[in-house]
Design a protein around this ligand. Structure first.
Ligand code: 48H
Length: 259
């Protein structure tokens, strides 16, 4: 029998239990765009306890809209293995792979979830936890608190590593730059995203995927923005490969620390 208060209790109890289970984890991913979702899948698949916080109701970031709202994305052939891992279909169009942005977001999300990465939506990362000279977690609040401008203190989540995957605004790096004054860039500061040059942007995004501050790893569009590289328009292979690389370096780092 469906009884309203029972429904209410089921929802609140299960949601709170899930959040409580994910307050002390191996990795926190900030942002559920293509890079964050890809990182989440490969980390969780490797047995690493991973949680992803997404500001909006829906994950997927800038992928839903394809290019100028034509719901197609281009993925270069180097990233074909990742499309295959997520069972995302594609057409080969003059050497580039073309997929539906709707199918791609849905399957990246399902792949991330099925691998065991916990995804929490409507939660914004508004700060980081700092221990000595490294990042030790994130500070979160409901997005609705942020958007309504309420003065409500946030809460903290502990993790061994944090992934900055907030895309163009690189919110986590901005906070760390402001509060610690030193990132692992040539200037110690955010260098800033450059104008479009797809070929160059895609060739450097994987290289720019690295530890930008102790225990803080940057991937996706944020990686090019922090290291002063160009944007690439609706080409998404670099986002997928960057997310995968972030997972690989963090996984190797955590295993080394454990041994
Ligand atoms: C929680 C947050 C916060 C926060 C933001 O923008 P995204 O899609 O980022 P990527 O790097 O996975 O992919 C970039 C790609 O979509 C893109 O924009 C490209 C390729 N542009 C090229 C061009 O030339 O323009 O996703 C970031 C996600 C979003 O869903 C945000 O809502 C979320 O992060 N987010 N989540 N806490 N503080 N800030």
């Amino acid at each position: 029998m469906i009884e309203e208060v029972k429904v209410t209790k089921s929802i609140i109890k299960n949601a709170v239990d899930e959040l409580l289970d994910n307050l002390d984890v191996d990795v926190v991913i900030c942002g559920g765009g293509p890079a964050g979702l890809t990182a989440g899948r490969y980390l969780a698949q490797d047995g690493i306890k991973t949680v992803l916080f997404e500001r909006k109701l829906s994950v997927g970031g800038g992928m839903w809209g394809g290019g100028m709202m034509f719901p197609k994305i281009v993925v270069q052939s180097e990233a074909k293995g990742i499309l295959d891992d997520f069972n995302i279909s594609y057409e080969n169009d003059e050497g580039n792979l073309v997929s539906s942005s709707i199918e791609a977001v849905s399957k990246l999300t399902a792949g991330c979830w099925d691998a065991g990465c916990k995804i929490f939506n409507s939660i914004s990362v508004e700060d980081v936890v700092i221990r000595e000279k490294s990042v030790g977690g994130v500070v979160i609040n409901w997005t609705s608190v942020e958007t309504s401008g309420l003065h409500v203190d946030p809460v903290a989540v502990k993790s061994k590593a944090v992934v900055e995957a907030t895309g163009h605004p690189l919110e986590v790096c901005s906070i760390v730059e402001k509060k610690t004054g030193k990132l692992n860039t040539t200037t110690g500061k955010i260098i800033g995203e450059k104008s479009m040059w797809a070929e160059k942007a895609e060739s450097v995004v994987v290289e720019n995927t690295k530890e930008v501050y102790p225990c803080l790893y940057v991937c996706g569009m944020a990686a090019n923005a922090v290291y002063g590289a160009p944007r690439m328009g609706p080409v998404f292979g670099g986002m997928l490969m960057s997310g995968k690389k972030a997972a690989e370096i963090i996984s190797a780092e955590l295993k080394q620390k454990q041994s």
